[in-house]
Design a protein around this ligand. Structure first.
Ligand SMILES: [Zn+2]
Length: 172
């Protein structure tokens, strides 16, 4: 189940640079090997997005990380020392020029996702926002970018890894 994830160390931090209350919170990108199930740290968000975008048809394995194999010990362990959020496989790569941003609600209950536009005019929070933007600013669709290249599906928050205060608030 836990295939790809982003994790955070500050009480408030997934993947594209989550922000908590305006604070960036994703500190480490990682992917789980489909063969040995160890977690490997992915050095950049770009590489992470690449892996995530085709995770189903091209699962991650240790040997895809340069210099690594399944014989190496895990880069990082899934435990409570950080809060983990697990991304949905095959989320599309963020189109060039746009920035995908996430925020974790203060009570740890939910992650919200939006895109920043290349021209900084507004934040896109829904597929309708994206559609309207691409219609208003056709110069940013590069001739092929469409609503399908944006995803507002947010990662699953692993409640068992939330700090005690947040986890308590999120119980409900
Ligand atoms: Zn492996």
């Amino acid at each position: 189940m836990k295939k790809i994830s982003t994790e955070k160390t500050t009480p408030q931090q997934p993947k594209t640079q989550p922000e908590i209350g305006g604070k960036k919170w994703v500190e480490i990108w990682s992917a789980q090997c489909g063969e040995c199930f160890k977690w490997r740290i992915i050095p950049s968000e770009e590489e992470y997005e690449e892996i995530r975008s085709k995770f189903i048809e091209d699962p991650f394995v240790c040997s895809k990380k340069p210099g690594f194999s399944c014989n190496d010990k895990a880069d990082i362990e899934y435990d409570k020392s950080r809060t983990w959020v697990i991304d949905k496989p095959n989320t599309p790569k963020t189109p060039t020029g746009f920035k995908r941003r996430m925020t974790l609600r203060r009570n740890g209950s939910k992650i919200d996702c939006h895109y920043k536009t290349p021209n900084g005019t507004k934040q896109l929070r829904t597929p309708t926002d994206v559609s309207n933007f691409l219609t208003s600013y056709p110069e940013y669709n590069n001739g092929y970018i469409s609503v399908q290249h944006f995803s507002f599906i947010t990662p699953k928050i692993m409640q068992d890894t939330l700090p005690p205060t947040s986890a308590g608030a999120a119980k409900d």
